[in-house]
Design a protein around this ligand. Sequence first.
Ligand code: GTP
Length: 696
Amino acid sequence: MKRTISRQELMAAATMLAVVLTLSLGIFVSNRLLSSWLVGDALESSLRNWTESDLRLDARQGREPEDLSSALLRLRSFSQSFVPHIAGVDDGTLHIFELTRFADTVTGDLGSSAMRAHARVPLVDGTPADESGSIVAQEIPAAIVDAGISSGAVRHALEQARDGGLPRVTVFYSWWGAAKDVALVTVPVSDGSTVSSVDLLALDIAPVLAGANRTVLLTTGLLAVLTVSSALAVGLLLWFRYRDVVRISRNMEFLAHHDPLTSLPNRALFSAKLTEALRVTHAKASNMAVILIDVDKFKSVNDTYGHGTGDIFLQVIADRLRAVFGEHLVARLSGDEFAVMVTSISDVARITKLASDMIAATKPPCVIDGIELQISLSMGIARANDGNWRSSRMLHCADLALYRAKHSGRSTFFWYQPEMDAEAQRRKEVEAGLIKALKYDQFDLLYQPQFSLHDNTLKGYEALIRWEHPTKGTISPDVFISVAEDTGLIEDIGDWVLRRACREAAEWHDKTLRVAVNFSPAQFKAGETQRKVARALEESGLDPKRLEIEITESLLIADTDAVVETLEAISSMGVTIAMDDFGTGYSSLSYLNRFPFNKIKIDRSFIKNLGKDAGTDAVVTSIIGLGRSLDVLITAEGVENQDQVVLLRAAGCDLVQGYLFGRPGAVKGPEVIDERALPAGLEEEDGVREPAEQMA
Ligand SMILES: Nc1nc2c(ncn2[C@@H]2O[C@H](COP(=O)(O)OP(=O)(O)OP(=O)(O)O)[C@@H](O)[C@H]2O)c(=O)[nH]1
């Protein structure tokens, strides 16, 4: 398969090439410089250091020229004053003498075989150079060339010497920068005004080189080691950097498509895969499904145990999802929302089985830092069974099914059904209607009386909201409160109820009657709610003792200090705090410890079965007993017949509320219970249930 070279690979190759070139250049330059310094410079400076005193003219005239070579073998240095000394003296004898003398004094170091050749090259009279600038001399002596010096080098040396001046040493270098073992000494011989000839000495400088080369080799080796190790270090650094860059870009790539907390694919990746899978499904005319999963009451885990525990909780849930849906694509879409794409299974029964398995997998509790947390998941499933499905539609349909699961008691799953679209549409309309209702003041309050069973007197009313729709008539809170909670409109609606109830109660004729107002957990804002209560009291002038706030225990599931502090602040104003729907929650008794309630309202589901079921009787009796021992008033709601009243009174219940005593309506004057007037066994009329008495 043809592979293209990546930019990084090109860069690496270029870097390696640069390193090799730098290395070679470094070795060459170091060799050259060192050789030049150790050999050439040393020899030349020896020449220059030669002093007149070294050249004492204790003439031994007549010495044979052939002695010259042995004398020269001892060549050590030349003197600047060498040339002047020979100037003007008989060329042959004195010059030989001088050289001999010179050799006698300075050649000790080079050894007996140092002189490879010597020759004198007379320059052509007056015309040292031809038109081309080359030296015109007699033939280049063969002995010098044979000694290993090229004729070009000799010619060059002659050219330099023809201007006179000092003797000169030329050292030759190999291609890789090391000095060759032969050097050329050129000595201009002057007759006073012009250089008449040049003496050439080819010297074997191997002994000099032997020492120098050792140093050169050592230094070169050192340099090579340094260069190689620097190159390796640079290479290593470059490699680490490259590896980091690759790792970072891989991490970035991973993070762009995955959730860092659970390492599951994120929404972007899930949507892309879903789109692709739908395309394939369409092409193959097959089926696929999406399961949308939401953690139930996850906010309370965060609120109760902190976000750290919440994070671990999410990781545990992700692990359980992986365990059950291992073969399928599991993703975390947002906070506590996950999704699974099921492509390999298409029949409804098997997908349903998967969902049931997942619910079963939530049963074992999750233990985090010794805290046992129960996992509860709600799921919505949508299946694409034709080519018209788009990813957004799939997710939307699964979401509708999830909504149904959430509002059907949670910890369950629902399949998407086409009628859910109509339900979603209805909720949208309700939402739009609620916005208008707030704007055009379409809400109204009805009041349901609460009587004391001790003295049969009216003690107060519970305020219940109604929506007087201009075209649809009266709408029960059952229809719109859940929409208001889902959309956040509950805050404005709750505010309206509180202010209106306070204002109207302040105007009641009987200033001893209390008014009870329901607070949805969705409208309760720690730190803010007490300010709203204070403002409503201030605006209305209602005595705080006449106001009662009813909350449900779900508010206390999130047992944050802030919630308790807010309740305490409201209580300290003199307002009564009642726990509504007692007995329907998770572990009701534990919540009574968290805040000192003034009143507990037994949920109507218990009262309904009172006298019919021994177990319910026992629960109601014990709740009333609990109220007594805690010194908390007990109200029974949903009282509909006299048998219930008899049993409640026998158990010691303090207050009653229900159709038997009055439907939600307008406030009347002072009332007492006329038990003789009460119809025995009053039931719900026309199958219409008593509207929810709270906004939750
Ligand atoms: N610990 C933690 N919490 C998160 C994270 N992302 C979102 N959340 C919280 O998750 C909560 C999700 O809230 P909801 O789904 O609206 O509330 P819920 O309590 O699960 O309510 P239901 O879904 O109706 O059962 C919010 O409180 C977010 O602050 C996260 O990464 N870690």
